[in-house]
Design a protein around this ligand. Structure first.
Ligand code: ZN
Length: 110
């Protein structure tokens, strides 16, 4: 056991108090633990996550997967590299369609 100190805003404290009172006999440590376990099951999806990008010169017109901007052949777009991993956006299956991102979307979203 270890004692942690952290600061919560008034709304969060109120929520913690309500949840603790309703579900855990007022035990806040138990409430925080349950909240973290719940969060972990929600965000830790096992699957395929994007871990990087490979630049490709497109040999036909293409669209950005995220912003749907149209690009003519000869432009450089980025092809995602998928690896097994955990994350909120993990895909359960590798995509079977062509997936290309423009550099802006790749920088902003990954
Ligand atoms: Zn884009």
């Amino acid at each position: 056991m270890k004692r942690l100190n952290f600061t919560l805003d008034a709304d969060t404290i109120q929520l913690l108090n309500e949840l603790a009172a309703t579900y855990y006999n007022g035990n806040k440590s138990q409430t925080v633990r349950a909240a973290l376990e719940s969060l972990a099951t929600h965000v830790r999806h096992d699957g395929w996550i994007i871990t990087g990008f490979t630049p490709v010169v497109i040999d036909d017109e293409a669209y950005c997967h995220t912003c749907h901007t149209h690009y003519e052949e000869g432009n450089v777009l980025l092809r995602p590299v998928f690896e097994r991993g955990q994350g909120p956006n993990a895909l359960s299956h590798l995509p079977s369609e062509v997936w290309l991102e423009c550099s802006q979307c790749a920088e902003q979203n990954y």
